[in-house]
Design a protein around this ligand. Sequence first.
Ligand code: MG
Length: 291
Amino acid sequence: MKLVRFGPKAEERPGIWLDNTPAPGQASILDVRAMAFDIEDFNAHFFAGHGLARLANLLREEHPALVPAAGLRLGPPVARPGQIVCLGKNYAAHAAEFDAEIPDAPIFFSKAVSALNGPYDPILLPREARRVDGEAELAVVLGRRAQRVPESAAFDYVAGYTLLNDVTDRDAQRTGRQWYRGKSADTFGPLGPFLVTRDEVADPHNLRLFQRVNGHSLQDDHTSRMLFKIPFLIAFLSATITLEPGDILATGTPGGIGSARQPPVLLRPGDCVEIGADPLGLQRCSVVASA
Ligand code: MG
């Protein structure tokens, strides 16, 4: 299934995206709340309460409540996750372009949940920011409370996968000694368009992951090149930190980011940033100067 949240900002409703419905080339959204009023949103409560199984049942109903997808705004496909845990330098090519040090243990940092943005919403450049660029990332959405999960069972704790653009203010990142501020400006976390459930992603380490700015390719790599893989990351983190349903684990970005290029490719008002991975869809965000 492809889960989406649709509607105006802060008023999104949970939905299931249906390609080629009602006709080839068209798409509809099954309005979950119209059919199951107690499913308030795709939040921790939903994932913990066997919500995905309930959605599968809704799809089997004879008269699903469908709305045409065209023209509807999408929000991030997870409602207010408890935390966004990100990984620094999880691809060798990116570690090389960042500071030439390949990590021998995963580098985790936190991105503010308030940074989350819809997959087609504008990215707002703060007035103070001079060097902002994007990072295409595969994001894992937890489906169950994870505590001391062994690597061999880690995928059982995954609800599905989505895309995160880990937009970064490079000056704030470099001068802050800690990355939180540089990673967490409002709108610096476009998420989606879909949360694709785990059963529909045969191997999350076999995805082509890319970023384009104004149509020009910046990043084009493969999730098989992650230094630390998803089962290890879930086992390592959950040994000491409880991960809750709906929490997001962003698995790091490949090489090719704009700020590391010569000359640098930095986001400017009017730019169009796209990130994609084949079964997870495509994000497309315009870049806008903050008022
Ligand atoms: Mg990143």
